[in-house]
Design a protein around this ligand. Structure first.
Ligand code: ADP
Ligand code: TRP
Length: 349
């Protein structure tokens, strides 16, 4: 059986982007692959969570994983920091990672630019792409080497496939680079080159409903699995729209296309078709579209939501899931780490 691995950072509740970009796929393939799914608590440290929230955040993702249908009888579910072998491999991989290539990572560049804009109290567009002035900002080395830790997560279980959203494509490519580089440098096939898992449909980007860009925690535009019906409806009804099409078959502005993108994920194809026709003949009423969209989102998320609290509060169950997961993950991780150490020349005295 081939191996699938993925993780989500523990930085708050999961939103529809996480669900459709990642978690739904995790669940769909759990019968067909040897799956490892984890909670990336070490990665969440790049944003310095308060120690009081740290554990609760891990627990939240764990409960939402299980509520969405991940079955610990079928897959290995674990917490990243419970597997110290990952941190050791991270040290080893850092030695073959180059500062220049890490600095060119899009997510890193974006975060640095954002930090500069904030520190200087200017708009993002006012910070030049090639601005090298780091004065007044403190970018952690952990942020720079974020893709190295992610590569360690993946390579340590010799994963064949990694289901992630489009925003993680470049990080995944870096894991491939490091696997290849390590194998070439040490002349052994220690690591497997992982591939994206995209179900033949390409990687998904779930848009936000505020006009442009993706849905994300840091974007502040999330519709969460944990939101109740009222909250979801309110968020959808507030979605940005324009004044409506004036000519038949006009191209859609981004804000309207985003509503349709979301609708394609949650509604029946005939519903999407119905509203597309209304767009094309200019009779569309955005209020109706939004009401339908909210109802269809609820159909997907409310059954998951119903299960979250009970799981979150079940200490004994959660303890059992993560401790069994940790043991399985450590067994797999230590076997790969031993191969990497041997290839590099470490020996036991
Ligand atoms: P966020 O971007 O909200 O902080 P994470 O970075 O923790 O979320 O992402 C966890 C997983 O969810 C990743 O696989 C990521 O690709 C996916 N994901 C997050 N946002 C989206 C989105 N808007 N569309 C598709 N996938 C997404
Ligand atoms: N970087 C991923 C994100 O922000 C989370 C993550 C960490 C991950 N390690 C991973 C995803 C390994 C897949 C495989 O969403």
């Amino acid at each position: 059986m081939q191996t699938v691995l993925s993780g989500i950072r523990s930085t708050g509740h999961l939103h529809l982007g996480n669900y459709f970009g990642a978690l739904r796929n995790f669940v769909r393939i759990q019968d067909d692959y040897n799956c490892y799914y984890f909670i990336a608590d070490l990665h969440s440290l790049t944003t310095h969570p308060h120690p009081d929230d740290f554990h609760a955040n891990v627990r939240t993702i764990l409960a939402e994983y299980l509520a969405a249908g991940l079955d610990p009888e079928k897959v290995t579910i674990f917490v990243q920091s419970d597997v110290p072998e990952v941190s050791e491999l991270y040290v080893l991989l850092n030695m073959i990672s180059y500062k220049g290539e890490l600095e060119r990572t899009t997510t890193f560049k974006d975060k640095v630019r954002l930090a500069k804009a904030k520190a200087r109290n200017v708009r993002l567009e006012d910070v030049a792409e090639d601005d090298h002035n780091d004065e007044g900002i403190n970018i952690s080395a952990g942020l720079l080497t974020y893709p190295v830790l992610m590569a360690a997560d993946i390579l340590i279980h010799r994963a064949d496939f990694v289901p992630v959203g489009k925003d993680q494509e470049q990080h995944l490519e870096y894991a491939r680079v490091l696997a290849r580089r390590f194998n070439n440098m040490y002349g052994e096939e220690v690591f497997t080159e992982p591939r994206a898992f995209n179900f033949g449909s390409g990687l998904i980007k779930v848009p936000g409903l505020d006009g442009s860009g993706k849905m994300g925690k840091s974007e502040g535009n999330g519709i969460y699995l944990y939101d109740d019906e009222k909250t979801i409806t309110k968020k959808v009804m507030k979605a940005l729209t324009d004044s409506g099409p004036v000519e038949p078959n006009s191209p859609m502005p981004e804000c309207i296309e985003n509503l349709f993108t979301l609708m394609a994920l949650v509604s029946e194809p005939s519903t999407v078709e119905y509203f597309k026709e209304k767009w094309n003949d200019c009779s569309i009423r955005y209020g109706d579209l939004k009401k339908q969209l909210a109802a269809d989102i609820c159909k997907v998320t409310l059954p998951i939501r119903e299960r979250i609290d009970a799981i979150y509060n079940d200490d004994a169950y959660l303890h059992k899931v993560v401790s069994e997961g940790r043991d399985k993950a450590r067994t797999s991780a230590s076997a790969t780490l031993a191969l990497a150490r041997k290839a590099m020349g470490f020996k036991v005295f």
